[in-house]
Write a protein that binds this ligand. Sequence first.
Ligand code: NAD
Ligand code: DAU
Length: 349
Amino acid sequence: MKNILITGGAGFIGSHVVRLFVNKYPNYNIINLDALTYAGNLENLRDIENKNNYTFIKADICDYKLMEEIFFKYDVDGVIHLAAESHVDRSIKDPFSFAKTNIMGTLSLLEASKKKWGNNYEGKLFYHVSTDEVYGSLGEDGFFTESTPYDPHSPYSASKASSDHFVRAFQDTYGLPTVVSNCSNNYGSYQFPEKLIPLFINNICNDKPLPVYGKGENVRDWLFVDDHARAIDVIFHKGKLGDTYNIGGFNEWKNIDLIKVLIKTVDKLLGREEGESLKLITYVTDRAGHDFRYAIDSSKLKNELGWEPSLQFEEGIEKTVKWYLENKDWINNVTSGDYQKYYTEMYNN
Ligand code: NAD
Ligand code: DAU
């Protein structure tokens, strides 16, 4: 495969995937297609933007005619599709934009792939990056496996579930070569500070309240973003066509325990007294439809393709906190403008 279209490459996970592919595969042309919504930022890719095997296109995946044109113009051989509306809280306020981008946008890319590759699928691949949230919510025990039935609860997860179904429908109906992965919560550098970890690091630094939903007892399974990017690389190259792979870190944390680790790490790195920022914890109204627990069984990916997470959580969190402390300009840039309006609407009423 030579010409690889990565959608959503200016976002959090996408930028790590683009960086990995551009650096690791000089013989691939990496085409990063991104609409640069509030979550997309070309600052995330400054270190690779001048590489010969990298091209950026600002475009909306919902624009089918344009997608078709791009597939032919760049002679696309493979797609890694990450572009999406990705924040659950925003989906509760504005479900339409989630249905539009996540469902119709995915459909538009599938149609463009079929149009371009329809006569010969040899060596082609449409890789759809999805989430564990499509499986719904677990109780105290058990794990999501690849055969767990879909049971999405938020408009975000419903839209991702729908897009997963469309991808599989294109494989079954038209023979389009596809693969899907469903990953747990990611953390690391360049994550937009609306998500728990960067939001709370930023608030601790600025002595602002930490809005903990409900009792803080919900559980998430956290994976370092570079490990997700490595998993995508492995699945893209070795995954079985038509298959699904779960990606996760076997690393479950109750929100409130994770928040205490963040406080401890930030306080230590800022030279504050241990526990000084515990006072910032503020319990607020729970998220509507808040899934209780996610936990991924990623043993299929380990047993069949040999992938495992590389980083211990404590090391990953320290690295992440340091990155946000050392990249204040990045945070300040992305939190100026519309973000302030979002924050006020979300947390100050
Ligand atoms: P993100 O919100 O940080 O980035 C999304 C990117 O998509 C942005 O660059 C944005 O500009 C772009 N985009 C949005 N709408 C677009 C459109 N209509 N056309 C073109 N580009 C558009 O998201 P993320 O956290 O990096 O997630 C990337 C993918 O991984 C998503 O599909 C998400 O569902 C999935 N995922 C995320 C996580 C996580 O923990 N963040 C976990 C599992 C799966
Ligand atoms: O599981 C994978 C999913 O993880 C991805 O598909 C989503 O794109 C990604 O956003 C993430 O979804 P979550 O809803 O789990 O992540 P978020 O960071 O928004 O919230 C993590 C937990 O923290 C969740 O239980 C809600 C809670 N939370 C979040 C915020 C933003 C708070 O208590 N307070 C907050 O202010």
